[in-house]
Design a protein around this ligand. Structure first.
Ligand code: ARG
Ligand code: ZN
Length: 877
């Protein structure tokens, strides 16, 4: 494979960007599809400067024929080496024709054209982002080359009855020998990463959608026949998000058809190919018996995310891959707004901030840290990160907050209007938002250019005589090699002040009453803000709604946090105060302290008894920061100890609430009858799970009996999986039977089986490794399926700190061995799983040495892909 052995190649740098020498006005692509070999003919209508060489990307292609302006080319007129085809004698307006052969069934990297499922029953599909198109044909594989596509597919009708490509259908018909053809024309010029085709035996559901502009669009969802009934929820979600984008952003769909296809073999969540979205089945299929409540939400979110890309990504695309967050950060933000509108704003914000802290903060604090707009990369697939997506979304959120809803909408209208049909940059985005509001937003560019989570320090001072409260805010960048001198960032800090009875105070600043909440922007190293007519020392609530992606450092008294936790009218801010208090309580567990621990437990016990509180919010309030997040606060990380202390923390909480109250609540949350999927029922199940988990910590026999019963009676996957997880984690005698039952019951459903693998990979502590090893010999385990590899190895390595970080290093050894095997099949997935090693430098010395040994040996292996080599070298540095 030509990607290998070239670790030493120089990185690609943002500052070296140059516009393409040649453009492709239009392309006629034709495919003769087959499982083992597919032949691709491409006719490129070229525009450019004849004095510059034509260089096209192509990886691993077998070139069968090449012609320029219909004349076959002499061997001397072209060269193909190192992934580049160079052609001489091309002039402006030339047509270059190439014919190549590819091998879909042999493509285990799942990039380019590949086979999903078995040779007999599977189907063909493509994945081109970021650089998969070069595995299909010769082309300038860069997002700033926008081209009109005409795609003709030909295949055996019996084996490939369904033929799909992006764009509008433009004819279909029979061919001799049982073959048939179908043509698609996409009127919208697009970069090649948005090309897609699908061919095989698929079933569909469809629905007409009438856009606000009066266009009738045929919405079609395709899947293999056995799961087509699980596509209805996604269809409803699609219709909801299409309507929402019309109302919230004035964006309408722009083709006659919108196809969505589900596959079990996919490297990521889903892909926004123009007119032909392709989804990992995990984010499309939903059915009450096998899909959890959280997964229903994820399906809705990912359907929306991919659909929203039609404008933020497709109509306006990225100039180069450094601008990836221009489409991803923005689209994550749009999805977050949509999901908040469909469900609950507070719960969505909790979920997203928790994800940011669990996934992005550690990334930003370790050797893989990179700016939202990276300055360089070797393998772009390694940059589809939490930083580009989640932190990128936070940056858009700050801008939206600064402009307010109307100003932001004005700015977005300007952005879409100005850049429609273009490949844009982050600067174009900031300029459009700023220009539409007569503001200079360029200071926010600094956020895109520096890695590391900034620290925001806050000190309050109350002057009783002057009746004045002053707040001094300062910012501190994390020292990071990429930018020694970091300029101060504009940090919007949304705040409120509470009196000691938990009431929000009216805020007076500079002689003006500004309401009960204010946003101050810290744009220097340090600034002081004053609030007048304050009678008694208030409790500040800072960074409300998580108004900037920073780490807040403020010497809160536990009682102050407890006051916010119990009194803040906003659910997210309550949760946030609770998380900070829980961290202090965690420290108490370590040092034998009592004050924060008591304050946290008592406040939550009080909330537990409040029947008016939303059960879903209560469930989140009862959940302390996770082990990964707690590790971020440590100088020297001992994951086993963190696990033990966090258990102790939760046990203390459970004891404060009391076994009786927990059991009583559990009984009250038990509902008879068929499964309900409304918000109330989901909220109750969420709380039920948390209560059961807490009860298991202090009264295992009762909790296990309840879990047993819940497992047997469960009407849906949420309850069944919650019960199974409690049985497995608490070592119930019945755990083995329940696991065997689950295995049998869901043997034919890969998505359910993934959960069976994952729940066991999460077994805490030393036992996890043996379990993972034995699960690897389950006949259903395979490294070839990304979902399966992630469910077992990804969950173990990234979702189970106390299991993976064994002091003897055996967890590291296992992962390293599997990475090598996986890398030979699928470099993208290997590289992704390898990020589990991130942060090893901060482990306590025994584990640190073990990790270093394993990683150094891995880095020495000569056969690593560029993907894996970049991550291993990066983690190690
Ligand atoms: N653009 C896709 C999304 O919706 C993800 C593509 C990821 N590609 C990759 N090679 N990692 O977010
Ligand atoms: Zn995306």
């Amino acid at each position: 494979m030509s990607d290998r052995h070239d670790h030493a190649t120089a990185p690609i740098r943002l500052r070296d960007y140059a516009p393409p020498a040649w453009r492709v006005e239009s392309i006629e692509l034709s495919f003769e599809l087959g499982i083992d070999t597919t032949e691709v003919t491409a006719r490129l209508h070229l525009r450019g400067d004849a004095s510059r060489p034509l260089r096209l990307d192509g990886e691993g292609l077998e070139l069968l024929a090449i012609a320029l302006d219909e004349q076959p080319l002499d061997a001397g007129a072209w060269r193909y080496a190192d992934g580049v085809l160079e052609v001489d004698g091309v002039s402006d307006g030339s047509v270059l024709t190439t014919r190549v052969r590819t091998h879909p069934a042999a493509n285990t990297a799942l990039e380019g054209l590949y086979l999903s499922g078995s040779r007999e029953a599977g189907f063909l599909l493509t994945q081109c982002e970021a650089e998969g198109f070069r595995h299909i044909t010769f082309f300038p594989d860069r997002p700033d080359v926008l081209t009109r596509y005409t795609v003709t597919l030909q295949a055996d009708r019996a084996r490939f009855p369904v033929l799909l490509a992006g764009g509008n259908p433009d004819g279909a018909g029979d061919l001799p020998d049982g073959r048939h053809w179908a043509r698609f024309v996409d009127p919208h010029p697009k970069p090649c990463y948005l090309f897609a085709l699908v061919a095989g035996r698929l079933e569909k559901i469809e629905r007409d959608y009438l856009t606000g502009e009066g266009r009738t669009v045929k919405l079609v969802i395709w899947s293999e026949a056995n799961v087509i009934d699980s596509c209805h929820y996604a269809m409803d979600a699609l219709e909801r998000c299409m309507r929402w984008d019309e109302q919230a952003y004035g964006r309408h769909y722009d083709l006659d058809v919108f196809h969505v296809v589900a596959t079990h073999d996919f490297n990521m969540g889903a892909m926004e190919n123009k007119g032909l979205n392709i989804f990992n089945a995990k984010y499309l299929l939903a059915d009450p018996d096998t899909t959890t409540d959280d997964e229903y939400k994820a399906v809705e979110a990912v359907v929306a995310h991919e659909y929203f890309h039609n404008w933020s990504g497709n109509r306006v695309t990225c100039r180069d891959w450094f601008q990836l967050s221009l489409k991803e950060g923005l689209t994550v933000f749009r999805e977050q707004q949509f999901s908040a509108d469909m469900n609950s704003t507070a719960l969505k914000r909790i979920e997203d901030v928790a994800l940011l802290r669990r996934a992005q903060f550690p990334e930003d604090a370790g050797p893989l840290a990179h700016p939202v707009r990276p300055a360089e990369y070797r393998e772009i697939n390694n940059f589809y990160t939490a930083t580009v997506y989640e932190k990128g979304s936070e940056l858009v959120r700050m801008l939206a907050g600064k402009l307010g809803p109307e100003g932001f909408r004005r700015g977005m209208d300007r952005y879409f209007e100005r850049n429609d049909g273009r490949a844009a940059t982050i600067e174009d985005f900031l300029a459009a938002l700023g220009d539409a509001n007569d503001l200079d937003l360029m200071p926010y560019l600094a956020w895109y250019g520096q890695a590391g989570t900034p620290r925001l320090r806050a000190r309050g001072h109350f002057d009783a005589g002057a009746r004045r409260y002053t707040l001094t805010l300062s910012q501190h960048a994390q020292a990071h090699a990429d930018l020694p001198e970091k300029p101060p960032l504009p940090i919007p800090v949304k705040l409120a002040l509470f009196d000691r009875d938990g009431r929000m105070l009216a805020l007076r600043m500079d002689g003006q009453t500004v309401g009960h909440e204010a946003v101050v922007v810290l744009d220097r190293d340090e600034q002081t803000f004053a609030f007048d007519e304050i009678e008694r020392s208030p409790v500040p609530s800072l960074l409300r709604g998580f108004s900037a992606p920073v780490i807040l450092e403020c010497d809160y008294a536990p009682a102050d946090l407890a006051l916010l936790l119990t009194h803040d009218p906003d659910g997210f801010n309550r949760w946030e105060a609770g998380q900070q208090l829980a961290a202090l309580a965690f420290d108490d567990c370590r040092h034998g302290g009592q004050i924060a621990l008591q304050a946290w437990c008592n406040a939550l016990a009080q909330l537990f008894a409040d029947p008016t509180l939303d059960p879903a919010l209560l469930a989140d309030l009862l959940t302390p920061p996770g082990e990964v997040e707690l590790a971020e606060r440590e100088q020297e990380v001992d994951p086993a100890q963190i696990h033990a202390l966090r258990q102790q923390l939760q046990k203390q909480l459970a004891e404060t609430i009391g076994a009786f109250a927990l059991a009583q609540r559990l009984a009250a949350l038990e509902v008879a009858g068929p499964l309900q999927l409304d918000a109330v029922a989901k909220a109750q199940r969420r709380l039920k799970r948390r209560v059961l988990e807490l009860l298991a910590l202090i009264d295992a026999p009762t909790a296990q009996a309840r879990a047993d019963a819940q497992y047997r009676r469960a009407q849906g996957m949420t309850d069944r999986l919650a019960a199974l997880s409690v049985l497995v984690r608490s070592d119930a005698a019945s755990a083995a039977d329940a696991l065997a039952d689950f295995r049998r019951r869901h043997a034919d459903n890969p998505l359910a089986l993934d959960k069976w693998f994952a729940v066991q990979a999460q077994l805490p502590g030393e036992r996890a490794l043996e379990r993972v090893r034995s699960l690897e010999s389950d006949p259903a385990f395979t490294l070839k399926n990304p979902n399966r590899a992630r469910a077992l190895l990804g969950t173990f390595a990234s979702g189970n700190p106390s299991g993976f970080h064994r002091a003897d290093g055996a967890g590291y050894q296992l992962l390293a061995e599997r990475l090598v095997a996986l890398d030979a099949l699928n470099p993208q997935i290997a590289a992704r799983l390898a990020t589990a090693f991130n942060g090893w430098q901060r482990l306590e010395p025994v584990r640190r040495d073990a990790a270093r040994r394993v990683l150094s040996a891995l880095a020495e292996k000569p056969e690593l892909s560029r993907n894996l080599a970049e991550i291993v070298a990066g983690v190690l540095k």
